[in-house]
Design a protein. Structure first.
Ligand code: BT5
Length: 264
């Protein structure tokens, strides 16, 4: 099923996210395009959607598998008026927003894994990549990139991620309408974004913590070749994970890949 662009534009015409919409049947990376739009001065809420990506990006130069006709690849331009060190709150809010929408399709099976993975039945269904452009005054803009595996089948997943990735169709056993999903997604991201920009981080942080099974567990966070392990205590206001190490030191980790060492 393709994108019915005319319908999508009509549905998003008066919305905060997507009223300015850039659609590509194929693109390198929607994040790169949204970043270009940000530099060119595009307004907050502008969104890029692609049906496929040839250079879909994960964090740390990793690849996001982005075949055509099946999934959601989108990047949203935001211009929050808060200090640069709080930019990660946007990824955290987006994680909550995506998780809430996925929960509507697959109730009670959604979890969040710090910093940016949405898991369905413990497998990755969505990943997020936020890129920030700062200036002397703080944040110039944030590009919030979101990939969601919607209709990709088990056999269409690359071999190396088959055991760690899933899609909404795999988990629900039915084809999901990408248009309906993205409209609900943009609406909920707008809601969660307004929550943090207008009322602060607390409510979103609380929701995030309730969806994250690693809190109170022993975890290890690897960043490049360095690891920190200990008990995950919570999230700080800059979106970093607070870890209590074996030496009783509290360490804030702001980047890396976290795994639960053993559930207690
Ligand atoms: C992420 O990175 O999870 C961020 C993914 C962001 C993708 C969106 S799509 C729209 C926008 N435009 C872009 O170019 N990017 C954003 P990370 O946590 O580093 O996870 C990457 C890892 O996830 C890979 O190394 C694989 O192991 C796995 N992976 C790759 N493609 C996947 C997929 N489609 N589904 C699930 N896992 C995948």
């Amino acid at each position: 099923m393709g994108w019915n662009l005319e319908f999508l534009e009509k549905m998003l015409a008066d919305k905060f996210i997507g009223r300015l919409l850039y659609y590509y049947p194929e693109i390198g990376s929607t994040n790169d395009e949204a970043f270009r739009l940000g530099i060119a001065g595009a307004p907050e809420g502008a969104a890029v959607i692609a049906d496929s990506q040839t250079k879909g990006k994960g964090r740390l130069q990793r690849i996001w598998h982005s075949p055509p006709g099946l999934n959601i690849y989108t990047s949203i331009l935001l211009r929050p008026n808060f200090p640069a060190d709080q930019a990660s709150q946007i990824s955290i809010a987006a994680g909550v927003a995506v998780a809430e929408i996925i929960d509507e399709y697959c109730p009670s099976q959604v979890q969040l894994k710090w910093p940016n993975d949405v898991l369905l039945n413990k497998k990755k269904v969505s990943g997020m990549l936020a890129q920030v452009k700062t200036s002397a005054d703080g944040i110039d803009f944030v590009v919030l990139g979101i990939g969601i595996n919607v209709n990709i089948g088990y056999n269409q997943l690359p071999q190396d991620i088959r055991t760690i990735a899933t899609s909404l169709a795999i988990e629900t056993g039915r084809e999901i309408d990408r248009l309906e999903l993205i409209i609900r997604l943009y609406e909920n991201i707008a809601k969660c974004y307004k929550e943090i920009t207008q009322r602060g981080f607390d409510a979103i942080k609380e929701k995030w913590l309730n969806l994250a099974p690693m809190i109170s567990q022993n975890v290890q966070v690897m960043f490049r070749n360095e690891g920190v392990s200990g008990k995950a205590l919570g999230l700080d206001d800059d979106g970093s994970l607070i870890i209590l190490t074996a030496n009783n030191e509290t360490v804030n980790v702001s980047a890396g890949d976290a795994t639960i060492l053993k559930e207690s």
